[in-house]
Design a protein around this ligand. Sequence first.
Ligand SMILES: [Zn+2]
Length: 344
Amino acid sequence: MAIILRSPFYRGTYRYNYRDESDTTFSFKGQQDWILCEKHHPPLFSDADCKQIDFWLKKNRRQHGKATHTQRKLVHIFAGLIRCGACGSNYIASISRARASGYRPSMYLCGGRRRSGTCKNRFVNDILVGNFVFNYISNMIRLRSAFRPRWTAARIQKFLLEGDVFAGVAPSTDTVRRVRAVLLASGSGTVKYQPSGEARVSTAAQARKKNLQAELEKNRRALSRLMHLFLYAEEEMSQVDFLREKHRLHDNITRLQGDIEKEQQASIFASSLTDEEFLQKAARLLFQDAMAHGNIDFPTLAMRVGNLELKKFVNAVVEQIVVLDGHITQITFANGETHTFLYQ
Ligand SMILES: [Zn+2]
């Protein structure tokens, strides 16, 4: 796709003498030797279109290194999510050495420390962060089905931090209190407890999502009608009109897709821990047995599931992870809910 978008041919320019045929291998001559005939044939893209295409190709290249890439080889699962608890800088990802098992974790270092050397905060790696975050989420999911309204804060706390990775860790009192409130509100356990306010909120969210989806479909149909008109209508449509309308519909579609995504993310935790979508995502990645038993060994999980899938999951659920002195001190979830951890 990027090749078509970039090619001068589709912009009406015929380019020749750019392939070096003196060599047996396929290569290009230097750009100064190319002969370009502009306006050689009617372009597929207008000048304005080309400007926009170039803008996006350049933007993508900046974001991904290279626009023509198929898939990046290295996926740093927690890249962009880790923040320094000492100086507030973002952590920067790089690859660590391979372990005996063949597993190669990413490591993350404070950007402030790397830039100026003033911050003394320690680095962390996938093994530490992954074990903590994935076991914590697994515990939260299992807590949801095990929870009974009579449970004390101490019991909830014990459940949340079950597993060797949590030795010496305690959640803040406020964190436990809020988890308990969410569990009670979600009506888990034997006793049905559903405040009417909560139910109304989730119905309103569902209606909002449905409206957005309908709007998205409408714009998609309009776009397909427009393309059909442009290609087959007897009365010729001006290219300017077509492009203007096409851009408008494209913008609408992008905006609506963004809104729907936001709506879905908001519901992952906010509506309650009973959210089906969240559970489906989790089930696919953490596996039924891992969720049922906890005690996830992150390197094994990463090698089995692949970094890309784990990254997608983490990006959908987690907003930010704060680290200090080689410990995770805070996790903020996609709905803005922050869980704080204390160390003895
Ligand atoms: Zn720092």
